[in-house]
Write a protein that binds this ligand. Structure first.
Ligand SMILES: NC(=O)c1ccc[n+]([C@@H]2O[C@H](COP(=O)([O-])OP(=O)(O)OC[C@H]3O[C@@H](n4cnc5c(N)ncnc54)[C@H](O)[C@@H]3O)[C@@H](O)[C@H]2O)c1
Length: 251
């Protein structure tokens, strides 16, 4: 039997209706946590919640990360529900593939709002609570694209994911003395809607050809890294971006 690394922790997982966020919600619930299943897709989030271990211990919350006020509000709602907030995993993100010449200001603003501004305000709101508790874990999501500039029409997305790497360093330094660690995870190709949406099967096959392990990650494999980073075992790791990429990019 596995150790219950997150026993009784209250965790917020955004983007939990789908893909990696859903896998993190499952892994954390199995590890003993109470999960706030957060997404803009409340129906999808509720479906995930119902299938979690001990499903009555968890709760679904709506939040559109494009709205900073909703980011602070959802953290306050979780605090009211569970009385504490121990871990934040921000898996939600927006990727629409657009060539650079087709990018307009609205598209730029929406991508930046969801992928950078939202995580900033979520993390800050959580850190305020974690500080008063003297313990916390903040895990954001970067991407291999942060290092490479992205793949096939993902320039703006890649730019925001590079911003996350700087953000975790700033937050990590600021909150280190408060018992809060801040890290991010950088997948390359994970088998989710985000990867397959906007890529032809030929593009996906070409992408997989470049992965030394010869396959995409399963969302559960990314969730394992998130469980480790949220646990006491990772207590001295902060400001780090962890590549979980099958060897596709070795930095
Ligand atoms: N899948 C990959 O290959 C890959 C590669 C690199 C990085 N990542 C990163 O991993 C994380 C998870 O990606 P995924 O593949 O699971 O994606 P996904 O598309 O399966 O899930 C994304 C979730 O975010 C939610 N979401 C989107 N906009 C939102 C908003 N405005 N407010 C709240 N929720 C919103 C969606 O409803 C969805 O449930 C993302 O941060 C992504 O950038 C994924």
């Amino acid at each position: 039997m596995r150790d219950m690394l997150l026993k009784d922790k209250v965790v917020i997982v955004t983007g939990a209706a789908s893909g990696i966020g859903a896998a993190v919600a499952h892994r954390y619930a199995s590890s003993g946590a109470r999960v706030a299943v957060v997404d803009i897709n409340k129906v999808g989030a509720e479906k995930v919640r119902k299938n979690l271990v001990n499903n009555e211990s968890h709760r679904t919350f709506y939040c559109d990360l494009a709205e900073p006020s909703q980011c602070s509000a959802v953290v306050a709602d979780v605090l009211e529900w569970a009385g504490r907030v121990d871990v934040l995993v921000n898996s939600a993100a927006y990727l629409e593939r657009k060539q650079i010449d087709d990018v307009d200001v609205d598209f730029m603003n929406r991508t930046v709002a969801i992928n950078m501004t939202g995580p900033f305000f979520l993390a800050r709101a959580c850190a305020k609570i974690m500080k008063s508790q003297g313990w916390g874990r903040i895990i954001l999501f970067s991407s291999q694209g942060a290092y490479t500039g992205g793949y096939n029409g993902s320039a703006v997305y890649a730019m925001t994911k590079a911003g996350i790497i700087a953000l975790v360093k700033s937050l990590a330094r600021e909150y280190a003395a408060d018992g809060i660690t801040v890290n991010s995870v950088a997948p390359a190709g994970a088998n989710t809607q985000m990867l397959h949406g906007g890529m032809s099967p030929e593009d996906v096959a070409d992408f997989i050809d470049k992965i030394p392990m010869g396959r995409l990650a399963q969302p559960e494999e990314i969730a394992e890294a998130c469980e480790f980073l949220a646990s006491d075992r990772a207590g001295y790791i902060t400001g780090h971006t962890l590549d979980v990429n099958g060897g596709m990019l070795m930095r």
